[in-house]
Design a protein around this ligand. Sequence first.
Ligand code: ADP
Ligand code: MG
Length: 301
Amino acid sequence: MKIAILSRNSQLYSTSRLVQAAKERGHQARVVDPMRCYMNITSHRPSVHYKGEDLTDIDAVIPRIGASITFYGTAVVRQFEMMGVFCLNESVAITRSRDKLRSLQLLARKGIGLPVSGFAHSTQYTADLIDLVGGAPLVVKLLEGTQGIGVVLAETRQAAESVIEAFRGLDANILVQEFIAEAKGTDLRCIVIGGKVVGSMKRMAKEGEFRSNLHRGGSAAVAKITPEERSTAVRAAKIMGLNAAGVDLLRSNHGPVVMEVNSSPGLEGIEGATGKDVAGEIIDYIVANAQHGRTGTKGKG
Ligand code: ADP
Ligand code: MG
């Protein structure tokens, strides 16, 4: 099987592990930089070109689209879908997962446990918005932030008002959320592939920090999750339409709550913490499921 990994950098841990896992299983894998792909979108025979080559014989695509290139990256994935190429995660699902507000709305609709969250455009009724989510302390988040950047804990009502006004003054879209203090700076990352949790870890924030992101100095260890946490993670991935996802949960007093669902979860932390071959699980899933034309949307959506 010929697998293309859409990634900007072949040296990244996740990218190189996917290449390695594919090769170990006797498949061909190549890294394709989505930002260097170009295409004729009006052609009757859709195709993707890369460095002067027509990528016609790809059987499956693994999108590893960074947040900063979501727009162009998902357009490339969509073009592969139009060609009938199986994509591990489809373009619409990736786009959905990148927008925290849209994700929370979809998850809420299906009854998934979430931190109480609010959203507003105007700052005119900020005080009311703060009351709506239960008052301070609360977490203010940039809607399209990642790696913990743009996530602020406002301990008092005054701090919350100032942060909200400052973000809105910069025209940033934000989400206001109940602070799950009982999680104590720890969250759970569950890797879901094809409807199964194949590995889970807990991430602990460093001293004096509430954000557990590894990029913010957090540490990771293998986690044993409860059946409720497992089913919440599986359902969240399914609702988002992601075949492969990293679902982040907090252990709250009102059960597991989903914080976000990631469409290109990093493999280094989870493989290091669990000792599992997560890259291999991804390749095995693709081999079992990739059939030409099996893409759900064929790039529509
Ligand atoms: P990002 O996309 O930047 O990773 P997250 O929403 O995942 O943003 O938040 C980053 C981290 O902040 C989380 O991993 C978690 O440790 C902490 N955090 C986020 N929201 C809350 C919350 N409502 N209550 C407690 N901790 C939170
Ligand atoms: Mg996160």
